[in-house]
Ligand binder design. Structure first.
Ligand SMILES: Cc1cc2nc3c(=O)[nH]c(=O)nc-3n(C[C@H](O)[C@H](O)[C@H](O)COP(=O)(O)O)c2cc1C
Length: 185
């Protein structure tokens, strides 16, 4: 037996990973925000789609520079994610307030964040207005991963938990890997 719920209730498609998006304005000032509406959308070329609210500082920065990094975080980063996702760079210098340190990118000016599990250097290829947000489709130019946590088949889920957002203040992690009965990958 099902009941109908409001189609605006995004939580039905969560939990999903939450990432930290780093962007830069044209003066070189860095900003960070949380985003969980992020997805790979093509292998060749490697493209990533991110849905960014048009009222955010991150939106302004990405329009100005066409670049951003997607930073992959673990359950250890939950407070950082919450702060980055509940205050705006239009009001607070989050980069300094959160004591973040840059890790240089090789293809773009926008850095990753030191201490995260890994990050992807992205350059926008196209963008589409979607309701109140902008869907930026960006090429993944370079990917950096913590070599202790990332192995041949992906993140070592026994060593680290990727942070997932369930909705509101509720998060969870991937710390409990499970496998289908048959097949290999
Ligand atoms: C867990 C979590 C996930 C979020 N996901 C998104 C998202 O996918 N897209 C978006 O535009 N905002 C998302 N937000 C909200 C932004 O992070 C928030 O509006 C932030 O204050 C924007 O910061 P800025 O103005 O400095 O860019 C999320 C917030 C949280 C806490």
């Amino acid at each position: 037996m099902y009941v109908s719920i409001d189609p605006t209730n995004y939580r039905v498609l969560h939990p999903r990973p939450v990432y930290l998006i780093v962007s830069m304005d044209k003066e070189g000032k860095l900003n960070v925000m949380a985003a969980s509406w992020v997805s790979p959308v093509s292998d060749e070329p490697p493209l990533i789609a991110v849905s960014i609210w048009r009222e955010s500082k991150t939106y302004e920065n990405i329009v100005e520079t066409g670049e951003f990094t997607v930073n992959i975080v673990s359950d250890k980063h939950i407070d950082l994610v919450w702060e980055a996702g509940t205050t705006s760079g239009k009001k607070v210098d989050k980069w300094s307030k959160l004591g973040l340190e840059p890790y240089s990118s090789s293809e773009i000016r926008v850095p990753g964040i030191k201490g995260v599990l890994g990050f992807v250097e992205c350059r926008v290829r196209e963008s589409i207005g979607v309701g109140e947000s902008e869907l930026f489709i960006a090429e993944a130019l370079k990917v950096h991963v913590n070599r202790e946590m990332y192995e041949k088949y992906g993140w070592n889920l026994r060593k680290t938990g990727i942070l997932l957002h369930a909705g509101g203040r509720v998060f969870t992690t991937t710390k409990w890997p499970i496998f289908p009965r048959r097949g290999r990958s």
